[in-house]
Design a protein around this ligand. Structure first.
Ligand code: NDP
Ligand code: 1BO
Length: 317
């Protein structure tokens, strides 16, 4: 399995298992199946509501497979309600307790969006948010670095950050983010962000690499393009004797990113992991490059309210 190297030399397996929308009752089996197949990278988040079941499955797999905590890369994410300095480490400690571990390999600020700390559920109006002027991303970032200093996390990073927002943290005193996890697939190739992150020594993880077909309906747009039945992807899959999902996953790896396809189906978990056997050639890469239409499956509008507070969170103007 290809690995990506952090600035300090630590290595993360390029393909990980995504766990958003992996339902309670299913996610534990998915994690166990993935570890049995050979995955050693699991992508989690507190807001996915399934970390306790993942923690149970990890414990069982360690003993069933004769592996230990240090053999598995665990990423999790700080939810939007816990951006205040004093809330970051308690939220992290809850994740550590749920995942039954005393450290994370990587902890990310999930979104550059802050909710009120006492909010239950999803915001409904401006009053449910805190503006970034009140809880600056630099404050949250400082607390992430404090968690790293305390040994609770090995690496600190962000998610859904634009170049502009990354620059705010890079200019800030202390350490720069080590990872940015963003939506990235042939319809949204993120070329500028990829170039910027490479120059700054920040790794990228590609989320929703298969088009996130199981997103809740309220996050979907009418007539949105699908990746898994795109003609170009289908023809490359046929040529490579691979599946469309394997082509999409291997494309992300070939571009030097981590990729975290989600599945709770054992056959597809296996299929996705085995994309490592696919070797895309220059012609395949060129054909896929022509598919970029700058289309986001998660366009951030879910965080928009009547005011300007969280409009254009990707800073695209
Ligand atoms: P994906 O693009 O990974 O797509 C998941 C969907 O594809 C599911 O319906 C799954 O079904 C299906 N699928 C999986 N494998 C195959 C296959 N081989 N052939 C056909 N269909 C397949 O979507 P996600 O949005 O879940 O993204 C992946 C992960 O990225 C998330 O789970 C999460 O960990 C992370 N993420 C992070 C975000 C962030 O804000 N940082 C935002 C979004 C995602 P089935 O399970 O039935 O196989
Ligand atoms: C709002 C969606 C979060 C998925 O990581």
């Amino acid at each position: 399995m290809k690995k990506l190297t952090f600035r300090d030399g630590d290595k993360i397996p390029a393909i990980g298992l995504g766990t958003w929308k992996s339902d309670p009752g299913k996610v534990g089996d998915a994690v166990s199946a993935a570890l049995e197949t050979g995955y050693r990278h699991i992508d989690c988040a507190a807001i996915y509501g399934n970390e306790a079941e993942i923690g149970e499955a990890l414990q069982k797999s360690y003993s069933d497979l004769g592996i230990s905590r240090k053999d598995v890369w665990l990423t999790s994410k700080l939810w939007n309600r816990e951006h205040k300095r004093e809330d970051v480490i308690p939220a992290l400690k809850q994740t550590l307790s749920d995942l039954q571990t005393d450290y994370l390999d990587l902890y990310l600020i999930h979104w550059p969006v802050a909710f009120r700390p006492d909010l239950e559920g999803f915001p409904r109006s401006d009053d449910d948010y805190l503006p970034l002027s009140e809880v600056p991303l630099t404050e949250t970032w400082d607390a992430m670095l404090e968690a790293k200093k305390q040994g609770l996390i090995r690496h600190a990073g962000v998610s859904n950050f634009s170049i502009k927002k990354l620059k705010e943290l890079i200019r800030h005193l202390g350490e720069d983010p080590e990872m940015n996890q963003v939506e990235l697939h042939p319809y949204l190739q993120q070329k500028e962000l990829l170039k910027f992150c490479k120059e700054k020594g920040i790794l990228l993880t590609s989320y929703s690499p298969l088009g996130s077909g199981d997103r809740p309906e309220r996050l979907k747009k009418e007539g949105e393009p699908t990746l898994l039945d795109n003609e170009v992807i289908l023809s490359i899959a046929e040529k490579q004797e691979a599946t469309p999902a394997q082509v999409l996953i291997q494309w992300a790896v070939a571009r030097g990113t981590c990729v975290i396809p989600k599945s709770t189906n054992p056959g597809r978990i296996d299929e996705n992991f085995n994309s490592k056997e696919v070797d895309l050639d220059e012609e395949d890469m060129e054909q896929i490059e022509s598919l970029d239409i700058h289309f986001r499956y998660l366009d951030g509008t879910v965080f928009e309210t009547e005011s300007e507070m969280y409009r254009d969170i990707f800073d695209e103007g």
